[in-house]
Design a protein around this ligand. Structure first.
Ligand SMILES: *[C@@H]1O[C@H](CO)[C@@H](O)[C@H](O)[C@H]1NC(C)=O
Ligand SMILES: *[C@@H]1O[C@H](CO)[C@@H](O)[C@H](O)[C@H]1NC(C)=O
Length: 274
């Protein structure tokens, strides 16, 4: 019996090895899906960026998008960037649009919902008006690094915070192509990291935060990689203010790997200026 069990284990291990080598480790993979337009799409989405979303999209050359459960991942997907283009060669632009996930959509037929204006940018300019009438289209999409042109990541003390009993933060201008999957906070000079909990979307909160200057560390993972990033040591002053934004002194540039075969290496660029 024992030997049989061992053989089964060995078989399983070999099968796993085969499965892992069958999928290449890639900077990006091509995904096929659908995208819908919704006139009501608004920027004050489930991620909780609120009016900050406008600065993020302007800086990053992005538009906001509502994402399906698969992309939104209960808030883990907030702040991720994707490039989306539709597939009809006579109508669609090659570059499509670059989006920032700021909201969740209950729509189960599509992976992204865009505002009408952003949706129309999937088409070449001369076809935009008639394209808009289609409502839902087939698309290719890929995850891309978020790039904010020299802007470091910042931490915003969320308006739901109440000094000194309750601290909630969100990280803005999250660069690179990873997910923030854990956030810990420590009083500068002490050595006890305490974890924060993802409240909603991109907002992390904790009751009774440590006093004094605060440091943070963030676990960023995506695909096969993971690492801690350490913003500036005294990130928050001892008296922090709800609504204030503090400079982190760092930017995330890592690109986490995902598995597919073949890897997506295409250059989605138009020859005209959109
Ligand atoms: C970003 O952080 C670096 C290192 O801490 C700093 O030298 C630089 O001035 C910061 N950039 C901006 C735009 O604040
Ligand atoms: C993509 O193509 C455009 C125009 O054809 C070119 O300017 C750009 O450098 C290319 N980018 C990459 C990453 O190859």
């Amino acid at each position: 019996m024992k030997i049989l069990h061992k053989i089964q284990q060995l078989r399983f291990a070999i099968w796993m090895l085969f499965m892992v080598s069958a999928a290449l480790s890639c900077d990006r993979c091509l995904h096929k899906s659908k995208v819908a337009s919704d006139a009501r799409a608004n920027i004050n989405g489930a991620c909780g960026y609120g009016t900050s979303a406008t600065s993020l999209t302007t800086r990053g050359g992005l538009v906001t998008a509502s994402a399906s459960a698969k992309i939104y991942r209960e808030g883990v997907g907030c702040g991720a960037c994707y490039q989306i283009r539709c597939t009809d060669p006579g109508v669609c632009s090659k570059s499509g649009v670059k989006v920032l996930v700021t909201d969740f959509t209950k729509n189960t037929q599509t992976d992204f919902v865009l505002s009408a204006r952003s949706f129309s940018r999937l088409a070449v300019p001369s076809k935009a008006a008639q394209f808009l009438k289609m409502g839902t289209v087939d698309v290719d999409y890929k995850r891309i690094p978020c790039e904010y042109g020299g802007q470091n990541m910042t931490v915003k003390v969320d308006k739901s915070s109440k000094y000194p009993d309750y601290l909630a933060v969100q990280f803005l201008y999250q660069g690179g192509q990873t997910d923030i999957t854990a956030v810990e906070v420590d009083q500068v000079g002490s050595s006890g990291w305490q974890y924060m909990t993802r409240n909603q979307g991109a907002i992390w909160g904790m009751q009774n935060p440590p006093r004094g200057y605060l440091s943070f560390r963030l676990l960023v993972t995506g695909g096969y990689d993971g690492s801690w990033v350490w913003p500036r040591r005294n990130l928050l002053p001892s008296i922090w203010t709800p609504g204030s934004v503090y400079e982190s002194g760092i930017q995330i540039t890592e690109i986490a790997q995902e598995g597919c075969s073949p890897c997506e290496t295409g250059n989605w660029t138009d020859t005209y200026v959109n």
